[in-house]
Design a binder for this molecule. Structure first.
Ligand code: HEC
Ligand code: HEC
Ligand code: HEC
Ligand code: HEC
Ligand code: HEC
Ligand code: HEC
Ligand code: HEC
Length: 371
């Protein structure tokens, strides 16, 4: 019934080859103890991290924290004449897809995304295939809408209208990639094709490595910390999931709004990053255990003005840079630096990303700065 494989280059969530293909821990690697064990001794990091969107990147469908506010009964249409409706007849959420003749009724097994912007559903079809459902939930509009990348696809039959199929055994572009970036610990499949996961969501040991030895005899020597990485290494590390800097920037389509989601790739192009002598990194502006919720603009303004002095005095932070940061554009103060220098980009209604290529965007440009 499900046979079509669609071209990966068209996908919203997965543009290009899947860098997560190399992320899975080798099967012989063990030693994961889980976030609950870490929390015994690291209550501060654990309390924050538990309420982060990282920790909430994956749920069993019905356990999603927004499940009770999904607009059950609200219908979504797809051309030419398919209709989607979500129901919760028992504990499990299901989707009912109809056309003039037929009905398909599928369980919602997995819910990807904390719901910061969107939640996308995935269901195992059989041993070999998983379905990424056509309907996603969009938090800002409190409505169902097409899953990123799927809207332009013409669906000739009801099963094809249900969504996009991903192979279980494809280690490069298969469904494993979704689970690898949204969970912690090794990802594998049993004989029925059911996925076997460690912890749901991105938690301690994804970033700090398996911690059994450390938990038994705590020392800095037996636990990894990305805090020891340089700015360039952090671009690679966070870029495992957020996409690393481009090997060949000339080959990147900087006019494709979807690419703005790839923060390390964009930050890497900024003069601030390249000429800031390793001072500017993801950690300048983000706490890796950050709970969800936005920071005030004054927080970011302070990050900028730490290097770009408001007065004519030079800041001490980046004085060893070959090109010293120029003073801030004085006529703009006291406004919000990121509004103009890190513009927000919306590749599809309901989704908005921040352009991490810090630069000068004249006349409403948002995708690529003039410098
Ligand atoms: C039994 C208590 C205990 C448990 C459980 C524990 N830690 Fe630690 N952890 C410590 C102590 C104590 C230190 C400080 C060690 C030192 O200063 O030599 C530490 C240090 C660290 C550091 C800092 C390393 C650095 O470079 O500064 C990280 C990161 C860390 N732990 C992560 C974890 C993670 C992740 C887990 C769960 C897998 C975990 N810890 C479980 C007690 C614990
Ligand atoms: C294992 C993959 C993975 C790694 C490694 C990773 N992230 Fe994430 N990150 C995610 C996913 C998935 C989300 C989206 C969670 C959601 O909204 O469902 C996310 C979301 C975020 C957000 C948005 C948080 C919010 O609430 O708005 C920030 C900021 C972020 N990550 C920064 C980082 C930084 C910095 C690093 C490196 C220290 C990093 N991430 C490493 C997968 C990862
Ligand atoms: C290479 C790692 C990677 C893979 C593979 C991956 N994701 Fe993600 N996903 C991320 C990161 C990082 C984020 C947070 C940044 C963003 O929103 O793009 C994210 C965010 C999301 C979000 C939340 C969007 C929002 O902003 O609220 C959803 C939903 C999602 N992914 C679904 C999927 C699905 C379904 C698949 C498989 C078809 C998948 N992802 C594959 C890394 C990945
Ligand atoms: C997205 C990646 C990521 C996740 C998930 C993550 N950490 Fe960290 N952690 C980091 C980074 C990066 C640093 C370095 C922070 C810095 O230097 O500013 C760090 C630092 C630490 C430290 C050292 C703090 C210090 O003051 O030196 C501890 C302890 C720690 N993490 C524990 C945890 C625990 C416990 C969890 C799970 C509840 C966790 N981390 C989840 C990335 C992560
Ligand atoms: C100069 C400050 C700065 C640096 C450095 C920075 N970010 Fe951000 N980031 C922001 C701002 C500002 C936002 C938007 C926050 C908001 O809307 O509240 C953001 C948002 C995000 C988001 C949420 C999705 C989006 O695009 O809006 C992710 C994920 C993210 N950053 C990841 C990263 C990663 C990974 C790095 C390192 C490569 C990084 N950021 C470096 C300032 C920064
Ligand atoms: C670690 C220090 C550092 C931080 C933090 C920093 N920058 Fe920069 N920035 C630089 C350096 C160095 C340059 C290159 C010299 C120059 O043009 O000023 C630069 C260049 C620029 C440019 C000019 C680009 C060009 O080619 O002329 C703009 C605009 C800019 N930064 C804005 C910002 C904004 C806005 C923020 C905060 C979101 C910020 N910077 C954060 C160091 C930094
Ligand atoms: C209303 C939009 C806007 C805001 C807000 C804004 N800028 Fe600018 N900025 C510009 C434009 C346009 C330029 C290029 C023309 C110029 O130099 O005035 C510029 C230039 C710059 C430059 C390069 C100056 C040079 O001599 O080449 C820096 C550095 C900079 N801005 C930093 C900042 C910082 C830091 C903030 C926040 C305190 C900020 N800007 C707020 C629009 C803005």
């Amino acid at each position: 019934m499900f046979t079509r494989r669609l071209t990966w280059l068209k996908l919203g969530w997965l543009i290009g080859a899947n860098p997560a293909a190399h992320l899975g821990a080798p099967p012989e690697e063990s030693g994961f103890v889980g976030a609950a064990t870490c929390s015994v001794c690291h209550s501060k990091e654990s309390a924050k991290q538990a309420s982060s969107t990282h920790a909430a990147a994956l749920f069993r469908g019905s356990n999603h924290p927004l499940a009770d506010s999904f607009p059950l009964g609200q219908k979504l249409r797809r051309n030419p004449g398919y209709q989607f409706e979500f129901l919760r007849p028992g504990a499990q959420i299901r989707v009912r897809i109809t056309d003039q003749n037929d009905v398909m009724d599928l369980p919602i097994e997995w819910a990807f995304g904390a719901g910061r912007q969107a939640v996308t559903f995935v269901t195992r079809v059989n041993q070999d295939w998983y379905l990424e459902h056509y309907s996603s939930y969009f938090t800002s509009s409190h409505a169902w809408g097409p899953t990123p990348g799927q809207e332009p696809i013409q669906a000739a039959t009801l099963p094809l209208a249900a969504g996009l199929l991903y192979k279980t055994t494809d280690t490069t572009n298969g469904i494993a990639g979704c689970f690898e970036c949204h969970s912690t610990g090794p990802v594998s499949f049993n004989a029925s094709g059911e996925v076997q996961l460690g912890e749901l969501g991105v938690t301690c040991e994804f970033c700090h490595g398996p911690g059994a030895e450390h938990a038994a005899a705590p020392s800095k020597k037996n636990i990894d910390s990305p805090g020891r990485l340089s700015a360039t290494q952090l671009n690679q590390f966070c870029g495992k999931c957020h996409r690393p800097p481009a090997a060949n920037p000339a080959a990147v389509d900087w006019n494709n709004a979807w690419n703005v989601r790839h923060q390390p790739m964009y930050l890497n192009e900024s003069a601030c990053f390249r000429e800031g002598k390793g001072v500017l990194s993801c950690l300048t502006c983000h706490d890796p255990h950050e709970p969800s919720g936005r920071r005030p603009t004054t927080f970011y303004n302070r990050r900028c003005t730490a290097c770009h002095p408001i007065s004519s005095l030079r800041s001490s932070i980046a004085t060893n840079s070959t090109r010293r940061p120029k003073p801030v554009c004085l006529q703009q103060i006291p406004s919000n630096c990121i509004d103009c220098h890190m513009p927000r980009v919306s590749p599809q209604p309901g989704l908005r990303f921040t352009n991490h290529w810090i630069g000068i965007y004249p006349n409403g440009a948002k995708l690529k700065p003039i410098r």
